[in-house]
Write a protein that binds this ligand. Structure first.
Ligand code: NI
Length: 255
């Protein structure tokens, strides 16, 4: 790590030039700690409350990424969890994430929202291989990154993140809907993912990836739910002369 100061329970993380260079070269980075264990415990509570069946989370912010409409949720996700739990923004994790994002993308970077995934124990589905940019508006050139923070250890058994090094240098690859009822996308061809690198993490660690880096998280075969909090950051997008061709996107995504 560049510099890590831990005074009065506040952990301040700054990347070294070597880490910044590595991120730009490989398209992802792994950090041992982006927050404290005390905060991880607090976040688990916030998080589990948000995913309770009766929680006051609007239907439009509850997404099922993988399952079909009639089955129990296999990959439940809450978009904008910080609208329902503003304390998610008053965290060591968020302060560090913002500082790191500015180091990686420059000072014009801003928050691009949070989301929360809670993969159920035993039957949580895989998050299939994809590039985040396959979801984004094809009329713009984007520069964004995501910071993925597990609230328990992330292991191969419970679905830690995996990345294809250097894949952020590729264009947006062809994607398709996971199934017709889902909001989730998957890469059409798995030819590119043979060189994947898995990133197990301790609770409160983080992986960071560019919006074009190919990534995947396996199913949760452990006996505990696998909670991950994801923070997005991006520089202002610039309009493209011609929109990209992304026929897998649904028109209502930009309604
Ligand atoms: Ni993603």
């Amino acid at each position: 790590m560049g510099t890590t100061t831990d005074t009065n329970g506040a952990l301040e993380v700054t990347l070294s030039q070597e880490q910044i260079d590595r991120f730009h070269e490989r398209g992802f980075l792994r950090l041992e700690a982006i927050t404290t264990q005390e905060e991880v415990t607090r976040l688990q509570g916030v998080y589990d409350r948000l995913f309770e069946p009766g929680a006051l989370v609007s239907e439009k912010d509850r997404l099922e990424l993988a399952g079909d409409a009639d089955a129990p949720p296999a990959l439940p996700q809450i978009v904008n969890p910080d609208h329902y739990a503003p304390e998610l923004r008053e965290t060591v994790a968020y302060a560090n994430a913002g500082r790191i994002a500015a180091q990686l993308l420059g000072d014009e970077v801003g928050s691009a929202g949070m989301h929360a995934i809670r993969k159920p124990a035993k039957d949580g589905a895989a998050t299939p291989w994809h590039q985040d940019e396959a979801y984004w508006d094809p009329a713009y050139e984007h520069r964004g990154l995501s910071i993925w923070i597990p609230l328990q250890p992330a292991t191969l058994e419970n679905g830690c993140m995996q990345f294809v090094p250097g894949s952020h240098h590729l264009g947006v690859q062809p994607h398709q809907l996971i199934n017709p009822d889902s909001h989730g996308l998957e890469l059409q061809s798995l030819e590119l993912v043979e060189e994947a690198v898995a990133c197990p993490l301790p609770p409160g660690g983080a992986t960071i990836h560019f919006s074009r880096t190919l990534h995947y998280a396996g199913p949760n075969t452990s006996t505990e739910p696998r909670r991950a909090l994801i923070m997005g950051f991006s520089a202002p997008p610039t309009p493209l002369p011609e929109p990209r061709h992304m026929p897998w996107q649904r028109p209502e995504w930009y309604a």
